[in-house]
Design a protein around this ligand. Structure first.
Ligand SMILES: CCCCCCCCCCCCC[C@@H](O)CC(=O)SCCNC(=O)CCNC(=O)[C@H](O)C(C)(C)COP(=O)(O)OP(=O)(O)OC[C@H]1O[C@@H](n2cnc3c(N)ncnc32)[C@H](O)[C@@H]1OP(=O)(O)O
Length: 288
C-alpha cells in the first residue's frame, strides 16, 4: 500500500482541524499504521482563530459528541471529573503530610489507598479505547496504564522496604501533577469550556514530568532489586510439578530495559499531540 501525504492548512482549525484531518502518529505504538509519512502545516500558536473558526470548533465539538453518543459523553464526563477529584485529593494529602511531618518518610503509606484506588480505576482507559469512545490507541494507553499498575501493585505495594525511597516521591509528584492536568483537560473539553492555560499545561508539563516520572519509576525498581534477589519473592524455582521457572529479579531487569524502546514512543507521541493541538499542525494521510 503506497502512501501519499499532504499538508493541509489549518486556517480555522487548530486542534479540531488536526483531529478531523486524520489519525495521529506514524509511530509503532500509535493507532496509525507504522511508517506513514507525514507533512505538517503550522498555523495558530495561541488558540485564537476568530469568530468563524470558533463557530467551526463548536460545530465540530457538537459533532464529536453526537458521534460518540450522549451516554458515552456523560460517562466520560463523570469519569474525568471523578479522576480529577481523586488526584486532587491525593495532591492535597501529600502537601498536608509534608507540611505536618516535614519529611517524605511515611508519605506513601499515608496516601497508598487513594493512589491504588484511582490508579487502578484508570484501567478503564484501556476499555474506553477498546470500545472506541476515545480515539487513543489501545497500545499507547495499554503501555501507559499497565506500567503504572505494575509500579503501584507489583513494586511499591509489594516491596515495603522501598516505600520510603525519595524516588517514590519523584514519580508520585510527577503522576499527580500530570493527572490533575490531564483529567481536567478532558473534563473541560467535554464541557466545551477549555481554558487556554489548562490546554497549555496539558501539552507542556509532560515535557519535564514524563522524564521525571520515568526516572522515579526506574530508580524505585532499581532500589527494589537487592530485596527481590535476597527474598526470591514472586519467583518460581525448579523443580516443580509444572516444570516452569520464573525469576522476578530478572523480570524487573527486563522491565527496566523495556523502558528504553517504549518510553521514547510515548514521549514522541505526546510531542506530536502537542504540535497538533498547540501549533495547529495538521497531518493528512492518504492511502493510494
Ligand atoms: C507488566 C509490566 C509492564 C511494564 C511496561 C514497562 C514499559 C513502560 C515504559 C513507559 C513508561 C511510562 C511511565 C509513566 O508512568 C510515567 C509517567 O506518567 S510520568 C508523568 C508524566 N506523564 C505524562 O505526561 C503522561 C502522558 N501520557 C498521556 O497523557 C496518555 O497516557 C497517553 C495515552 C500517552 C496519551 O494520550 P492520548 O493519545 O489520549 O492523547 P490526548 O490526551 O491528546 O487525547 C487524544 C484524544 O483522545 C481524547 N481522550 C483521551 N482520553 C479521554 C478521556 N478520558 N475523556 C475524554 N476524551 C479523551 C482526547 O480528548 C483527544 O480527543 P480528540 O482528538 O477528539 O480531541
Amino acid at each position: 500500500m503506497g502512501r501519499l501525504t499532504e499538508a493541509a492548512a489549518a486556517a480555522g482549525g487548530g486542534a479540531s482541524a488536526a483531529r478531523s484531518a486524520g489519525p495521529p502518529a506514524p509511530l509503532p505504538l500509535s493507532s496509525t499504521s507504522p511508517g506513514c509519512a507525514a507533512a505538517m502545516a503550522s498555523s495558530e500558536e495561541d488558540g485564537t482563530n476568530g469568530g468563524a473558526s470558533e463557530a467551526g470548533e463548536e460545530r465540530e465539538t457538537a459533532g464529536k459528541r453526537t458521534r460518540r453518543g450522549l451516554l458515552a459523553t456523560a460517562w466520560l464526563t463523570f469519569y474525568n471529573i471523578a479522576m480529577t477529584a481523586g488526584w486532587l485529593v491525593l495532591a492535597i494529602a501529600m502537601v498536608r503530610f509534608y507540611m505536618e511531618k516535614g519529611t517524605h518518610k511515611g508519605l506513601y503509606r499515608s496516601i497508598q489507598k487513594t493512589l491504588k484506588f484511582f490508579q487502578t480505576f484508570a484501567l478503564l482507559e484501556i476499555v474506553h479505547c477498546l470500545i472506541g469512545i476515545v480515539p487513543t490507541s489501545v497500545l499507547v494507553a495499554g503501555v501507559q496504564v499497565s506500567s503504572r499498575i505494575f509500579m503501584v501493585w507489583l513494586v511499591t505495594h509489594s516491596i515495603k522496604p522501598i516505600q520510603n525511597e525519595e524516588s517514590v516521591v519523584l514519580f508520585l509528584v510527577a503522576w499527580t501533577v500530570t493527572e490533575i492536568t490531564r483529567y481536567s483537560f478532558y473534563t473541560f473539553s467535554l464541557l466545551d469550556h477549555l481554558p487556554y492555560f489548562v490546554k497549555w499545561a496539558r501539552y507542556n508539563f509532560f515535557i519535564i514530568l514524563y522524564p521525571v516520572g520515568v526516572a522515579g519509576e526506574l530508580l524505585t525498581i532499581y532500589a527494589a532489586l537487592p530485596y527481590v534477589k535476597k527474598t526470591g519473592m514472586f519467583s518460581i524455582r525448579l523443580p516443580n510439578k509444572y516444570n516452569v521457572s520464573f525469576d522476578y529479579y530478572y523480570f524487573l531487569l527486563i522491565t527496566m530495559a523495556s523502558y528504553i524502546p517504549l518510553f521514547p514512543q510515548l514521549y514522541f507521541h505526546m510531542l506530536r499531540q502537542r504540535r497538533k493541538v498547540l501549533h495547529g499542525e495538521v497531518i493528512v494521510e492518504k492511502d493510494d
